[in-house]
Ligand binder design. Structure first.
Ligand code: SF4
Length: 342
């Protein structure tokens, strides 16, 4: 089912694909110097309005030379995964849960991706990761992320789920995925059967714009409901994509209408080459406050992942303590400082 011909992997392939549809694309301004190459499903390319250079869907997936503008504050490990990686493939930041990242493949290369560095490498270790989880009895939940677990081969995903289900202290398996929103045909009946074996489970859909909620996406969600998973979503707040109340309201209400609870709204991380997606904390707070008129269950928690691996903190826990400086107390009672580079 997964077929390379469903994707474009370069600007030349993109130009050819669009040319076949009579769309003349100008490649100017699309050259990037770093190795995070373009990868976009043709399904998603067809959702883009190619007459609009500022189309939000286009901005999320098509390379831009603005990515070459690397700022001093930007980091290759923006949320501090490395210090919490005891064995390759595991990030153990919080006591009762860990990330299990056994793939560097995604269905799309989001230009703002906070793990773009990891996606260029391939250092995971299945055996050591499972051994680590077995040994650490305090781990209650395993979160499959990466990479995108929904892009793994069925047989490999089956192997992981089977291994996790044999560990008595693992009571919950969570999947973080952008695949249903960008490549919904991946959600086959066989795949749904595999995910069903993870029960009890949670699926967190990464979705950023209401135009990603297509009939195909809705159909893939309907299929995934058969797995009895809890369905949640996460969204990144992105300049020129969804940085206004109307777009976010449409997105969150549409998700609730199809049975997905909006879970997290992420402030942009300090990822290399993403300054052109950044809005300030104050702008983010203003947009979020304006959301307060919609039903409470449609509103996700607005969070910042603190650089250095300190974890997520709700934005409204922070006090403004100086020019672009914020301070909060985290869950453990520790003082945390965040500098807003905007
Ligand atoms: S799907 Fe997630 S991990 Fe993959 S490129 Fe996009 S943001 Fe990064």
């Amino acid at each position: 089912m997964l077929s390379k011909s469903d994707f474009v992997f370069s600007t030349s392939e993109l130009k050819t694909y669009l040319g076949q549809k009579g769309i003349n694309m100008n490649k100017a301004g699309m050259d990037v110097k770093h190795p995070f190459f373009m990868m976009v499903p043709k399904y998603y390319l067809d959702l883009i309005d190619w007459n609009d250079n500022n189309d939000p869907l286009r901005k999320m997936v098509i390379t831009s030379s603005l990515e070459n503008d690397i700022k001093k504050y930007e980091l290759t490990d923006p949320i501090g995964d490395r210090p919490h990686t005891p064995v390759p493939g595991i990030v153990h930041r919080y006591q009762d849960r860990c990330l299990l990242m056994l793939s560097n493949v995604c269905a799309v290369h989001c230009r703002f991706c906070f793990r773009k560095n990891l996606l260029n490498s391939n250092t995971y270790d299945f055996k050591k990761s499972i051994e680590y989880i077995k040994k650490h009895k305090e781990i209650w939940e395993v979160i499959l992320s990466g990479g995108d677990p929904f892009m793994m081969e069925d047989i490999f995903l089956q192997k992981i789920i089977t291994a996790l289900k044999q560990i008595k202290h693992i009571k919950m398996i969570r999947f973080h995925t952008r695949t249903p929103a960008v490549y919904p045909k991946r959600i086959t009946d066989d795949f749904v059967k595999i995910i069903s074996q993870a029960k009890p489970s949670i699926i967190v859909f990464h979705i950023n714009h209401p135009r990603e909620i297509t009939p195909e996406f809705i159909q893939s969600v309907a299929k995934l409901k058969k797995t009895s998973s809890i369905l949640l979503s996460q969204t990144v707040l992105l300049k020129g994509v969804n940085d206004n109340t109307q777009t976010l309201t449409r997105l969150f209400k549409s998700l609730v209408e199809i049975g997905i609870k909006p879970y997290y709204l992420h402030h942009l991380d300090y990822t290399v080459g993403t300054d052109y997606f950044r809005i300030s904390v104050e702008e983010g707070k203003k947009i979020y406050r304006e959301l307060s008129s919609i039903s409470g269950h449609c509103i996700p928690e607005y969070v910042i992942d603190i650089p250095g691996g300190l974890g997520k903190i709700p934005v409204f826990w922070f006090n403004h303590v100086g020019k672009n400086k914020y301070q909060a107390t985290d869950f453990a009672g520790k003082k945390v400082v965040y500098s807003d580079p905007s």
